[in-house]
Design a protein around this ligand. Structure first.
Ligand code: HEC
Length: 195
């Protein structure tokens, strides 16, 4: 009961303090509402309002798509709808990121979540605090914006980058290190153009 009171108080506080409350944030449960409000509240305003510094180009989008297929799709699914075994069974579940609840979040908010993760949920923090990793994260923000417009061709391409098991993952990691090492790769696949 005390917990419920605390939760309701937190929700009320977050409600009052949050700028731009919108009907899009309508929760399906008090718990989800409180969690989301508190999460929102925990992001410093200057970060939430940050604009995406990475220009959106086809190369950037292709790279982010691969990255997402490789690192994020196990929970979120290639289409971002969260309909994976992992995504469905986490608590809280991986959300449908094509919907307004996610698409309505500012770029800086998405960036912050990817970089820092979400405490007490399955969402991990990604990358190091370096300009390179920040740039990769901003590219992922572009991809998340693109989710509602994904084409069947893009989805088919992404499936090639989904890790299938530990061995696959290791092979992908080895390839990534190889590519990052700047060694002369023997005819890298065309989808790596721009790396
Ligand atoms: C191990 C599972 C898992 C992986 C892997 C994962 N996520 Fe998540 N993610 C989650 C869960 C669970 C949530 C919901 C957290 C919450 O309810 O606050 C989430 C939430 C998010 C959100 C916030 C969406 C919203 O509306 O609440 C974004 C953006 C996101 N993830 C992006 C990513 C990206 C990009 C990657 C890959 C770099 C990734 N995630 C990898 C589990 C995962």
């Amino acid at each position: 009961m005390a917990l419920l009171g605390l939760g309701a108080g937190g929700a009320g506080l977050a409600f009052v303090l949050s700028a731009g409350f919108s009907a899009r944030d309508e929760p399906t449960a008090v718990e989800a509402f409180v969690a989301r409000r508190l999460r929102n509240f925990s992001i410093p305003r200057e970060h939430r309002d940050a604009r995406n510094p990475v220009a959106l180009t086809p190369v950037v989008l292709a790279r982010a798509r691969e990255h997402f297929a490789d690192h994020c799709a196990s929970c979120h699914g290639n289409d971002g709808r969260g309909q994976t075994t992992l995504g469905r069974n986490l608590y809280p579940k991986a959300p449908d990121m094509q919907l307004a609840d996610t698409q309505g979040l500012p770029d800086g908010h998405l960036f912050w979540i990817i970089k820092n993760g979400v405490r007490l949920t399955g969402m991990p923090a990604w990358g190091e605090d370096t300009p390179e990793d920040d740039s990769t994260t901003w590219e992922l923000v572009h991809f998340i914006r693109h989710l509602p417009k994904l084409t069947p061709e893009e989805l088919a391409e992404m499936r090639e980058f989904n890790p299938r098991g530990r061995r696959d993952w290791e092979a992908a990691e080895a390839e990534r290190r190889f590519l990052e090492g700047g060694e002369v790769a023997p005819a890298p696949p065309s989808s790596h153009a721009g790396h």
